[in-house]
Design a protein around this ligand. Structure first.
Ligand SMILES: O=C(CO)COP(=O)(O)O
Length: 253
């Protein structure tokens, strides 16, 4: 089991990054190796095209790398898709599944996300399972219902802290500069923690729950200090080594 809910700061590069971005990643790896390593876990999720070179660059340094999606099957006639086994073979340790951008752009359902999380486990990867409500759903008072439903449908029955991380990412906070208040974050994370504990018992209590959506160096400290927040899934600010490292430092108690 990972260090009992040691904070995890993960960078989702989305569809950004070229070979020229490698030095930015190498700077992150270099800075992490010193004092930070014992205080926080760090992961970067580059596009598929950079996965192997990033895995090589971080070998032995402790920064995890992962992919942003996988197919549920191990191999076969699925043009353009990449399996969890291929991600592991390329040096990845984790994969994001069910990001709201994939749910929206590719029509991924909770059942699809659950199958991908199961594929991740089969391949020995950690699945970072994303959930989160839209603005309309929050304004209608349905945020808990939506997130509870996504958790119920997207997490496999055998989910535990070795194989699953949950990321709560309210859709309206992604890339907008808007964030929920610290109280709202704590309230939703408390709800998610309760759902995980109810369904998975002690295993559920140990699963890390990250917050994602407009996490920046200047709001990271307060968001990461909120109750039941075990880390952050960072988009835009993870593309700049200085910003990403500042967020990682804010996670160290
Ligand atoms: O979607 C996100 C991470 O997966 C969050 O993105 P931003 O940090 O750019 O809002």
């Amino acid at each position: 089991m990972p260090d009992a809910r040691k904070k995890l700061v993960a960078g989702n590069w989305k569809m950004n990054g070229l070979a020229a971005s490698a030095p930015e990643f190498v700077r992150i790896v270099g800075a992490y190796q010193g004092a930070m390593k014992s205080g926080v876990d760090l992961m970067v999720f580059p596009p598929f095209t950079l996965l192997t070179s990033f895995a090589t660059a971080t070998r032995g340094a402790g920064v995890g790398v992962g992919a942003q999606d996988c197919h549920a099957k191990a191999s076969g006639a699925h043009t353009g898709d990449v399996s969890a086994e291929m991600i592991a073979d390329a040096g990845g340790q984790a994969v994001i599944v069910g990001h709201s951008e994939r749910r929206a752009d590719h029509g991924e359902t909770d059942a699809d996300v659950c199958a991908k999380a199961e594929a991740a486990r089969r391949a020995g990867l950690v699945a970072v399972v994303c959930v989160g409500e839209t603005r309309e759903q929050r304004e209608a008072g349905d945020a808990r219902k939506v997130v509870g439903g996504q958790l119920a449908g997207s997490l496999p029955d055998n989910a535990d802290a070795d194989h699953v991380v949950v990321a709560y990412e309210p859709v309206w906070a992604i890339g907008t500069g808007l964030t929920p208040t610290v109280d709202e974050v704590a309230e939703m994370h408390g709800f998610i923690r309760g759902e995980l504990s109810n369904r998975f018992g002690p295993d559920g209590a140990a699963i890390r729950v990250l917050y994602g959506g407009s996490v920046k160096p200047d709001n990271a400290k307060e968001l990461l200090a909120a109750a039941d927040v075990d880390g952050a899934l960072v988009g835009g600010a993870s593309l700049k080594a200085d910003d990403f490292l500042a967020i990682a430092k804010a996670a160290i108690r």
